[in-house]
Design a protein around this ligand. Structure first.
Ligand code: HEC
Length: 125
């Protein structure tokens, strides 16, 4: 009786683990697809909002390269919030002598998406 119960329990645990692994694999695949989509949306937003007039992804233009921004803020708590806010309000003195004008045409949701896109960029080797 006892062994029968524990065999049933083991079977249940194994099925639960298999189900969890499947759900996890599916979630990972979804996450990767979403991340790839965000990269495209981010670049499109940057183009639409004229960010690319002053910024490039890999090289300094009027403002810092977005990949350099990602590098500076890598792993910092609150970086996404800070960047989203910095995009809308502009600023000066953090990268050089030229100030960045405020970007009031960017709404909060777009600013958050732009920030996530910028922070996900990597410097080209
Ligand atoms: C007129 C030129 C110009 C435009 C347009 C512009 N930027 Fe900037 N940006 C700058 C400059 C210059 C800096 C550096 C400011 C400084 O030294 O503090 C900067 C800095 C930044 C930073 C770094 C902020 C920090 O605190 O480190 C981010 C992120 C950024 N810009 C994103 C954007 C995004 C996104 C857009 C489009 C919505 C945009 N910028 C539009 C010129 C511009």
């Amino acid at each position: 009786m006892h062994s029968k119960t524990s065999r049933a329990a083991r079977g249940f645990a194994a099925r639960a683990a298999a189900a969890a692994a499947l759900a996890c694999a599916a979630a990972l695949a979804c996450g990767a697809a979403r991340a790839a989509g965000d990269q495209v949306v981010g670049e499109e937003l940057a183009r639409q909002n004229n960010c690319l007039a002053c910024h490039q992804v890999q090289s300094k233009r009027v403002g810092p390269a977005f990949a350099a921004v990602a590098e500076r803020f890598a792993g910092q708590d609150g970086a996404a919030d800070y960047i989203a806010q910095a995009i809308r309000s502009g600023g000066r003195g953090r990268w050089g002598a030229i100030p960045m004008p405020a970007q009031p045409q960017v709404d909060e949701d777009e600013a958050r998406r732009l920030a996530a896109w910028i922070l996900g960029l990597k410097r080209a080797e």
